[in-house]
Design a protein around this ligand. Structure first.
Ligand code: SF4
Ligand code: SF4
Length: 153
């Protein structure tokens, strides 16, 4: 059974950029050029905003939520006539999923890598050598753990 939390939209309203979801009048303009909606039949930014408004929190920020299919391309942000900012609502939902321990393992690993090493890519010696050969400047990464300290991660 789907459970609705009437306070969920209020919780999102307090998040600065996600707080316009009440303006959504379900026109679907955000769906038309959404690459994730074109690719995945179960992804729809209009429905996500509606579910957020209705407080279907367990579905949205639970394990295996559709929110992780969003490519954060901001097409919906540009197209929404109501400035409801679906992508910001989805980003806020992703952050709430992290807080409740429901983010996918791969995403959590990427986050840890950024916090610990300042990058999601490990630069191998051969990659460094190739960069030297091409005259590409060396990448300057923050000291290990510094971002984690600053961001409190
Ligand atoms: S979020 Fe904006 S574009 Fe999408 S359905 Fe609501 S009003 Fe329309
Ligand atoms: S930001 Fe996400 S929801 Fe918005 S158009 Fe891009 S993929 Fe779709």
């Amino acid at each position: 059974m789907v459970r609705a939390n009437p306070d969920f939209a209020k919780q999102l309203n307090r998040i600065e950029k996600a707080g316009n979801l009440n303006y959504c009048y379900q026109c679907s303009a955000c769906v038309q050029e959404c690459p994730a909606a074109l690719r995945f039949s179960d992804f729809n930014p209009r429905e996500i905003v509606l579910c957020a408004l209705l407080g279907v929190a367990d579905e949205l920020i639970g394990e295996n939520s559709v929110i992780w299919q969003c490519a954060t391309c901001y097409n919906c942000y540009e197209r929404c006539p109501q400035k409801a900012r679906p992508v910001e609502v989805i980003t806020a939902l992703k952050n709430l999923a992290f807080e409740t321990g429901n983010a996918p393992e791969q995403i959590t690993a990427l986050r840890e890598s950024v916090l610990n090493h300042g990058t999601i890519t490990t630069l191998s010696d051969s990659m460094k050598k190739r960069r030297d050969e091409l005259g590409v400047p060396a990448i300057s990464l923050p000291e290990a753990g510094l971002l984690k300290k600053i961001l409190g991660g």
